[in-house]
Design a protein around this ligand. Structure first.
Ligand SMILES: [Mg+2]
Length: 247
């Protein structure tokens, strides 16, 4: 908590909320369902999905997932970057295919819509996405669960780096340009469900609010990474608003 004598501790000082998607706002209806589209995408672009089938990928960017899946098959970051346009195109084709058969593919986590509405209505907060998903996949997911309206600011995405720690600075630069304001790192709050979310926040100097709704990490795992705040889930709107007010 920031108790220094500084105008930034005022509740009027803006805060930018940088939201993770998977495990934070939504989850797939089935564990590992993302492999329904990522395996055919990798096979289509690289001729192999490498070791993806056996990987657990929570908190990783899509570029990192691809690099780790294909590394043993001899593909480097450069090989992957060379094919990034093809990868994005194929990714979206496979994702549309996997999610368009009428079955519920993604579920909104409890309380998420209410929290997003409450912060959208509050003058102190503005929201953007900060996710390991490639950009078009992130926006498709938000469309599928009806959350598109809540992220008017530009964010940062998983096709921009294989290291999530790079993403907050990218989002911050875009947001400062959009708002024409000098927003300092501690005015950004990264909200996510994995140690990588907390690490990327602290790497940039942002605050980290950890939420315990991810499938891969326990409360203890997250607390060990020293988030600035922790909540088990978004079901208690009053509590989350109090917690955000303290950050
Ligand atoms: Mg996540």
């Amino acid at each position: 908590m920031d108790n220094q004598a500084s105008p930034d501790t005022s509740s009027e000082t803006p805060r930018i909320l940088l939201w993770d998607i998977d495990g934070t706002l939504i989850r797939s209806a089935r564990t590992g369902a993302f492999k329904d589209y990522t395996i055919p995408m990798l096979e289509g672009v690289f001729g192999t999905s490498g070791r993806l089938a056996e990987m657990k990928v929570s908190g990783m960017t899509d570029l990192q997932i691809v690099a780790e899946a294909l590394g043993p098959a001899g593909f480097t970051h450069e090989h992957i970057r060379e094919r990034i346009d093809h990868l994005r195109k194929r990714y979206m084709e496979e994702m549309h295919k996997a999610t368009s058969n009428g079955a519920e593919f993604f579920q909104l986590l409890p309380g998420v819509r209410e929290v997003l509405q409450a912060v959208a209505d509050h003058p102190r907060y503005q929201s953007a996405l900060l996710t390991g998903n490639i950009e078009p996949a992130a926006y498709l997911k938000m469309e599928l669960v009806g959350l598109s309206e809540f992220f008017p600011l530009p964010g940062a995405f998983g096709d921009e780096s294989h290291d999530r720690r790079d993403l907050p600075a990218l989002a911050a630069e875009r947001i400062r340009n959009r708002l024409q304001q000098d927003i300092r790192p501690h005015q950004f709050i990264v909200i996510g469900d994995t140690p990588n979310d907390i690490a990327c926040a602290h790497h940039f100097g942002a605050r980290a609010l950890a939420v315990g709704t991810g499938r891969l990490y326990t409360t203890e795992d997250l607390l060990e990474c020293s988030p600035d705040a922790f909540i088990p889930d978004f079901s208690n709107l009053e509590l989350i608003m109090q917690m955000l007010a303290s950050l």
